[in-house]
Design a protein around this ligand. Structure first.
Ligand SMILES: *Cc1c(COP(=O)(O)O)cnc(C)c1O
Length: 240
């Protein structure tokens, strides 16, 4: 067995144990929380392992890395759905609309318009999540909570996009209460939007390796987990 396969086998068992424990503590059925393996900075083999373990989708945070990995996966005969979870630059919207099955990191009206135009041009109905900076973190992308209603209203008018829910990343902090507060805030924002617009926003994408318990406690439906499944990511090669 390759090193990454061994890491994944052990990591997956550990993550599943953590999810079951957190669901039990929160009084939730573990089947209501799904896991999105994050394969960024890992090779196509990571995607193959996830698919072989029964995961239909993987998360990637950079468009070009994902496009290259998709080609590698096609060569290996590995089929997965691909979700973009990282910041999307405007000039990558065209590629993103064609190469991803869902974009979770949509935090602006401008990006909604670009993705809508590109998805329409590609003849696709593209599922999206609205990324909200629910922890009011100056270092994070995503719409400010106060702008969430306007963002959703605009999104609902885009014919080539389908809004499925919200996504957030908790601020880096040694205090677990910070993540918990962030996730509680995202859920509250979701509940307010549902009441105000009368639409379903079932997906709450929140929780990563460091804070998945807090996310489960606050209603996460989708955990985006990389490190705990695949180990530390290979360092990004220095430029030059
Ligand atoms: C990398 C990444 C993750 C996974 O983080 P881990 O700490 O490795 O589990 C989740 N969400 C986003 C947006 C990421 O960029």
């Amino acid at each position: 067995m390759s090193a990454i396969a061994a890491t994944f086998e052990e990591g997956l068992a550990g993550v599943r144990t953590r999810i079951v424990a957190a669901c039990t503590a929160a009084g939730r059925d573990a089947s209501t929380v799904r896991l999105l393996p994050v394969t960024k900075n890992h090779p196509a083999e990571a995607v193959a392992l996830a698919v072989a373990a029964g995961f239909p989708a993987v998360g990637e945070n950079r468009v070009q890395e994902a496009v290259a990995k998709q080609a590698d996966c096609a060569a290996l005969g590995v089929t997965a759905r691909w979700e973009l979870i990282g910041h999307l630059q405007s000039n990558k919207a065209r590629l993103a609309a064609r190469h991803f099955d869902r974009v979770q990191s949509v935090g602006s009206v401008k990006l909604l318009d670009l993705l809508d135009r590109e998805a329409a041009a590609a003849g696709r109905l593209l599922p999206v999540l609205l990324q909200i900076n629910a922890g009011n973190d100056p270092a994070k992308f995503g719409a400010e909570p106060a702008d969430a209603p306007a963002l959703l209203e605009h999104a609902l008018g885009r014919r080539a996009l389908r809004v499925e829910g919200l996504m957030t990343i908790a601020p880096l902090s040694d205090d677990p209460a910070v993540a918990r507060r962030t996730f509680a805030n995202l859920r509250a924002i979701r509940d307010q939007l549902v009441a105000r617009f009368g639409v379903a926003l079932p997906e709450l994408s929140m929780g990563m390796t460091a804070d998945l318990e807090a996310a489960i406690a606050e209603g996460s439906t989708l955990l985006r987990v990389g490190t705990a499944l695949f180990g530390e990511r290979a360092p990004v090669p220095a430029a030059g």
